[in-house]
Design a protein around this ligand. Structure first.
Ligand SMILES: Nc1ncnc2c1ncn2[C@@H]1O[C@H](COP(=O)(O)OP(=O)(O)OP(=O)(O)O)[C@@H](O)[C@H]1O
Ligand SMILES: [Mg+2]
Length: 451
């Protein structure tokens, strides 16, 4: 079977060739079809008469031999390659063909690209995680109040020992920051800081995350097995966040790791020796859970050797100015702002609030206030502590079919929105604060149209 040149030119989608004057010397059938022109009649015409958006003529000038051009025509997007055609070094024309004629293909192409990008991001995240150690030091703990000074002193003492540390404190008070600071000041600073938060995981998953598993230990297990966090933290520090949520069946295994310095990966016959310094955090009093039989007393005594209680923000309101300045400084760049002044009544307003979400909530509120700043000054007015919540919109109520239900819903919506803001959209924490179950919170959000 013979293959002639015309056959070759026809399989290429969207092929056009112009001469040095910009006149069309070749257009294949597929292209004529695509841009809806008569093929024969187009030959010899200026390319921009045939296909007005064409940029081929620009390729006739200059040194650029190759170019990629995106076209958006008739609701479709295509990507074309353009080549200068030269003879004895002189430009004599330009050839263009479509690399991607459909947006779908482009999506596919970009998809491949973004997958690669995602992998890369994952890699750098991992690196960042490794360097986290240097990121959070004791100097990142802002505040000059007596409570913060005491806290820093305790961190320094804890860092000198190797005993287990229990960090207690309300949500958003900086427990994780404290754990990092202890590790970084300790003799283990040059080894790894490994973190696990098992809240919401199944018991099986927690076990394999903590202690690892051997190949083929269960269906879906990697054949190579997987190291657990205890092993990864060997000679370093393991930080177990929200230890209060640790299932009772896992607790004895943690106790054993602490007492004997040994762990057994899931499915393994052999035990592994580990040398791990354990730091745990809880946003509830663990002792109280022990009294309620929801936490094992023996493990509690092991964890509670050295307890650090991180104070809530409302007990150290005098730190607010320093914190706000730091936060503004931090977000100025991120938000593209240039805020250099903070009016003093900002601090007053912020000190009147009781901060159930603590420093995390302060971050969120300051950040959202900063979005409203036009000039260089952060003002009280930029904060929305919903001043007028008490007034009822009587006009709107008149339209409601059932005004009492309507106002109840309105109140519920406001409360839920407000609580979600407080906890940075963490629904588990919001549900906890509202003293309802998570599924119920979801239900309510759905019913009230909260995204
Ligand atoms: N004293 C502080 N100075 C500066 N930033 C702080 C301070 N305390 C906390 N932060 C910041 O506040 C945020 C919340 O802190 P962190 O995550 O350590 O809280 P947490 O106590 O672990 O909360 P949760 O119980 O909800 O996990 C973080 O961005 C942290 O960097
Ligand atoms: Mg935390």
């Amino acid at each position: 079977m013979e293959i002639d040149k015309d056959m070759m030119l026809e399989v290429i989608s969207g092929l056009m060739v112009i001469d040095i004057e910009g006149k069309l010397v070749y257009i294949n059938e597929a292209c004529a079809d695509y841009i809806k022109v008569n093929r024969e009649k187009s030959i010899g015409k200026d390319v921009n008469l045939v296909f007005p958006p064409s940029t081929m003529k620009e390729m006739l000038k200059g040194e650029k031999r190759f170019n990629i051009q995106y076209y958006f025509t008739a609701g479709r997007m295509s990507a074309s390659s353009q080549f200068q055609i030269r003879k004895n070094g002189e430009i004599v024309g330009v050839l263009e063909y479509d690399m991607l004629e459909e947006i779908e293909q482009l999506d596919y192409f970009l998809g491949l690209y973004s997958d690669a990008l995602k992998e890369e991001i994952e890699y750098f995240r991992e690196q960042a995680r490794k360097f986290q150690g240097t990121k959070y030091s004791i100097n990142n703990i802002i505040g000059s109040s007596k409570k913060i000074k005491d806290l820093k002193e305790q961190i320094e003492i804890a860092a000198m020992s190797t005993s287990t540390v229990l960090i207690e404190g309300e949500t958003g008070t900086g427990k994780e920051l404290v754990a990092h600071a202890i590790h970084n000041l300790s003799a283990r600073a040059y080894n790894d800081f490994v973190k696990i938060n098992s809240a919401g995981m199944t018991e099986n998953l927690i076990e394999s995350e903590l202690f690892g598993y051997v190949g083929g230990a269960f269906t879906g297990a990697k054949t190579s097995g997987k190291k657990g966090k205890f092993e990864l933290a060997d000679r370093g520090t393991l930080f177990i966040d929200e230890i209060n949520q640790m299932p009772l069946v896992i607790q004895p295994k943690i106790l054993r790791a602490l007492q004997e310095g040994e762990i057994s990966p899931v499915g393994s016959e052999k035990d592994i020796e580990v040398d791990v310094r354990l730091i745990t955090a809880s946003n509830e009093r663990l002792q109280k859970l022990v009294l309620e039989d929801n936490f094992r007393a023996d493990l509690f005594y092991r964890l509670n050797v050295f307890t650090i209680t991180v104070p809530p923000l409302r007990e150290r309101l005098e730190d607010i100015p320093e914190l706000v300045q730091q936060i503004v400084f931090k977000f100025n760049k991120e938000l593209g702002k240039n805020i250099s002044k903070i009016e003093s009544d900002v601090y007053e307003t912020l000190s009147e609030y009781d901060w159930p979400g603590n420093i995390r909530e302060l971050y969120n509120r300051v950040e959202s206030a900063m979005n409203y700043v036009q000039g260089d000054t952060l003002k009280k007015a930029h904060f929305n502590f919903r001043a007028d919540n008490s007034k009822i919109n009587m006009e709107a109520l008149k339209k409601a079919e059932n005004p009492i239900e309507a106002i109840k819903h309105e109140a519920e919506r406001k409360l839920i929105n407000e609580t979600l803001t407080m906890f940075d959209n963490n629904r588990t924490k919001a549900a906890e604060y509202l003293k309802i179950s998570r599924p119920l919170l979801y239900q309510k959000m759905k019913r009230l149209g909260i995204k």
